[in-house]
Write a protein that binds this ligand. Structure first.
Ligand code: ADP
Ligand code: ZN
Length: 222
């Protein structure tokens, strides 16, 4: 099975993709994570990507597509993939369709997690992490006992550069138009399933699984 999670930044793609991949035995591929890892390792790709990421801009298609296609051609992707954060532009979607066709595969379903934009902003700007032990907090759902201080180790919490308010707005603006274009592209292929992305994470997972069940059992679209 080849699945795509579509949604604006903050829609919860990463959390849900990890859970679903585990439940369904798929390889979770997040281009955001791949870029962050490359940046942390200081590779040339990582350093180039970093400049765009910290400004809330998209990494150019040429770099992104090459990295992703190389990943899906590896053997551990053959059992099925859960794409999170890719495709993010129409050229990426078209390149993906072509590459999968060469492998004798195709996208089965695109799950579009929809969340009102005001809630996205609140979710994105509220995320804080501990640079020392890696703990993650959120002002809305899991605040630290003392604001700005790690419960576990006492270090001062920091925000990812791209979670800072000005960058968050830029990320939403950059992604909104493309996300709508992608929804239309996959809608025309009859593969788009809209999922309500508000409420408890577990409830959202259930909605996603129900939509995927509908696809694998051949019933109608959600
Ligand atoms: P978010 O969904 O919150 O933007 P991600 O972790 O998915 O976070 O991505 C972080 C950053 O990595 C993006 O803002 C963008 O700069 C870059 N990126 C990730 N995936 C892509 C992609 N498919 N195309 C272009 N840039 C990407
Ligand atoms: Zn800590």
């Amino acid at each position: 099975m080849q699945l795509i999670l579509l949604g604006l930044p903050g829609a919860g793609k990463g959390t849900q993709a990890a859970l679903l991949a585990e439940r369904l035995g798929l390889l979770h591929i997040s281009t955001g994570d791949m870029f962050r890892q490359a940046a942390a390792e200081g590779t040339e790709l990582g350093l180039r990507a970093q400049r765009y990421m910290s400004a809330g801009e998209l990494v150019p298609d040429e770099l992104t597509i090459a990295m992703l296609l190389e990943r899906i051609r590896r053997r551990d992707a053959a059992a099925g993939i859960m794409l999170d954060g890719f495709p993010r532009t129409l050229p990426q979607a078209e390149a993906l369709d072509r590459a999968l066709a060469e492998l004798g595969r195709a996208i089965d379903a695109v799950l579009y997690i929809q969340v009102p934009e005001a809630l996205l902003v609140a979710r994105l700007t509220g995320r804080w992490g501990c640079p020392s032990c890696g703990a993650i907090y959120h002002q809305l759902t899991s605040p630290p006992r003392v604001a700005g201080v790690c419960d576990r180790c006492g270090a001062t919490l920091t925000q990812r550069a791209d979670d800072q308010p000005a960058t968050v707005q830029a990320r939403l603006d950059t992604n909104r138009v493309w996300t709508e274009a992608l929804a239309e592209f996959y809608g025309a292929q009859g593969k788009l399933h809209a999922i309500d992305g508000t409420g408890e994470p577990a409830a959202i997972t259930e909605r996603l699984l129900a939509a995927i069940d509908g696809v694998t059992s051949g019933t109608g679209k959600a």
